[in-house]
Ligand binder design. Structure first.
Ligand SMILES: [Zn+2]
Length: 277
């Protein structure tokens, strides 16, 4: 161990984080080992073929019906996903005071399930639904129960899960019955940022507040293809704030990184935790 940095990037990463206040940016790769697929593929920077656009959801009742039909099936698995070793290691690092907060691009709420306290959900959370009319919130589980009542037998279809809790159906989604806001009868939406929407300003301000408390940025499981996450790497670079990246495959932030670890989050982070003890 005279010079671990020459051989072991995880040791090098531990050296980068040791004694510093860390802000963590997480993406889909942090949750793949919880059974939630990364729609960009491991290391790939390609977009999903046809992600739901916000304007389509808002303006097209047919697409909205299809969205909910797929989400209804997808939630059965997505809603039961459990934190993996990466989430648990990050929660432990926060409890030790090393991690000051997590900014996540994930909508699965698994950081909170793992015990992390300061979590900014850049893209919202699928666990919440809100009304486009009156703004009322409803738990996704509650919406799921209402959808199940209206669509008995629907879940019998098998489904391939897509990353936003969406799923491919072998069924005729036009028969699917959607539900409305319980308070005003308005159109409901998942409380997530669709493609074509921006991150809400208050959320972004919370993220910058966490970022500003730290003096090193650790990226976990993101190819940084989307600007909502990449902006933090750009800001770090502009401040000469060191950046460490744990990801399978290359990322858009690689040129700005002091340390790169090519590996699975669920494998790398427990090792990192041990090295930082
Ligand atoms: Zn409403």
């Amino acid at each position: 161990m005279s010079n671990p940095s020459t051989n072991d990037p995880v040791s090098e990463l531990a050296g980068l984080l040791r004694g510093r206040r860390t802000v963590v940016l997480t993406g889909a790769g942090c949750s793949t080992e919880s059974g939630i697929p990364d729609y960009r593929g491991e290391g790939s920077r390609e977009r999903a073929k046809n992600p739901m656009q916000w304007r389509s959801f808002r303006d097209d009742a047919v697409l909205r019906r299809r969205y909910w039909a797929r989400a209804f099936v997808g939630w059965e698995r997505f809603g039961r996903a459990r934190p993996n070793e990466a989430h648990l290691a990050l929660a432990e690092l926060e409890s030790r005071g090393a991690v000051r907060g997590i900014i996540t691009q994930n909508v699965d709420r698994l950081h909170r399930a793992a015990g992390s306290k300061k979590v900014v959900e850049l893209h919202g959370a699928l666990a919440e639904v809100r009304c486009l009319g009156c703004g009322a919130f409803e738990d996704r589980d509650s919406v799921q129960r209402r959808l199940a009542e209206k669509n008995p037998g629907w879940l019998a279809s098998t489904a391939e899960l897509a990353p936003d809790g969406d799923a491919e159906l072998g069924q005729d989604f036009e028969r699917f019955v959607i539900v409305a806001c319980q308070r005003c009868g308005g159109v409901i939406r998942p409380n997530v940022v669709f493609f074509g929407e921006g991150v809400p300003r208050p959320i972004l301000e919370s993220a910058w507040a966490v970022f500003d408390e730290a003096d090193v940025l650790l990226v976990v499981g993101s190819s940084l293809a989307v600007f909502s996450g990449f902006r933090f790497v750009k800001k770090a670079a502009s401040r000469a704030m060191p950046v460490g990246i744990v990801n399978r495959g290359e990322t858009r932030g690689d040129p700005s990184a002091r340390v790169l670890v090519d590996g699975r989050a669920g494998h790398v982070l427990p090792r990192l935790l041990t090295l930082l003890e």
